[in-house]
Ligand binder design. Structure first.
Ligand code: C2E
Ligand code: CA
Ligand code: CA
Ligand code: CA
Length: 277
């Protein structure tokens, strides 16, 4: 292991390593991270149009002992390829379930929902449903409070099997959300066959909604779609009050983004749970 005191490393060193070496390094470090519990779960608040807290999205964070925090975009894809995403996903789901269990014992938190991200690779596991049920079964909470977030692209890889599995989980009350909606293609065609409770408007459409006519049209269309199919629509990446007001005017009912709060460790998330006086 190269240690030269600078802020670089064998993983993210400035020297031009080829991609294969970099991936191999990350895979090795990921295996160590799993056995040494280097992952934490951050929580980002979700709000409704009354600015009431409605729940959280669980987002994984990797705290490497030398490199510090490594964002999911730098390791999730590699974790999927190395089949390590299942172990990481288990950490996140367990943490999320423990919060849901805690929440149900207090009036202020009993109605909050929790969203957890799932990769295609996880859903494609043969024992995905059994494994999922085994984990959530260890906790005591209303399963309707738990939402599974999946991307459209993840589902399309093996649509029939995905539908079958998600339908099985939906029988238990679990909600399903289509993440990054609008970034894949043929969204509309597949929507009718999917067991979907929620659509999440990708933040790329929210970002320029004030200036970009085509983004505005896209958002309007997604909101129409939600209304017509009776599917909840949540906007992600809401960063300022103008975006919020515009989205509200268009009929969006649920929001998430830095305007309301960044993903934070659970101890800090508690500050979003406002006690009514
Ligand atoms: P995502 O599921 O679309 O999550 C939303 C991402 O947008 C998060 O990045 C969040 O921090 C960021 N975000 C939220 N609000 C705003 C905002 O107002 N402005 C901007 N610019 N960004 C905002 P994060 O946490 O880095 O996660 C990135 C992606 O990594 C996630 O995208 C998701 O695809 C994946 N991911 C994160 N945690 C997990 C996990 O536990 N399991 C799996 N399979 N994937 C995960
Ligand atoms: Ca998500
Ligand atoms: Ca998203
Ligand atoms: Ca996204």
């Amino acid at each position: 292991v190269k240690k030269d005191g600078r802020n670089d490393s064998l993983i993210f060193g400035p020297e031009m390593r080829d991609e294969l070496n970099r991936e191999r390094d990350i895979k090795r470090e990921l295996r160590r991270a799993i056995s040494e519990n280097q992952f934490s779960v951050y929580y980002q608040p979700k709000y409704d149009f009354n600015q009431q807290l409605i729940g959280a999205e669980a987002l994984v964070r990797w705290f490497h002992p030398e490199l510090g925090m490594i964002p999911p975009c730098d390791f999730i894809m590699i974790a999927e390829q190395a089949n390590l995403i299942v172990a990481i996903g288990d950490v996140v789901l367990n943490d999320a379930c423990s919060k849901l269990q805690e929440w149900q014992y207090s009036d202020e938190t009993a109605s909050l929902g929790m969203s957890v991200n799932f990769s295609a690779k996880q859903i494609r596991q043969k024992d995905f449903c059994e494994h999922f049920v085994e984990i959530i079964g260890a906790y005591n909470f209303d399963y309707a409070r738990l939402t599974l977030e999946v991307t459209e692209t993840a589902l399309l890889e093996d649509l029939d099997v995905a539908i079958e599995k998600l339908t099985e989980l939906k029988k238990l009350g679990i909600r399903v959300s289509l993440d990054d909606f609008g970034t894949g293609y043929s969204s509309l065609t597949h929507l009718k066959g999917l067991p979907i409770d929620e659509i999440k408007i990708d933040r790329s459409f929210v970002r320029d909604i004030k200036f970009d006519e085509s983004d505005l049209i896209m958002v309007k269309s997604i909101l129409d779609l939600g209304r017509n199919f009776s599917i909840d629509v949540i906007s992600e990446g809401v960063e300022d009050v103008e975006q919020l007001n515009l989205l509200t005017k268009l009929g969006c009912q649920y929001f998430q983004g830095f305007y309301f709060g960044k993903p934070v460790p659970y101890t800090d998330f508690k500050h979003f749970i406002i006690t009514e006086v």
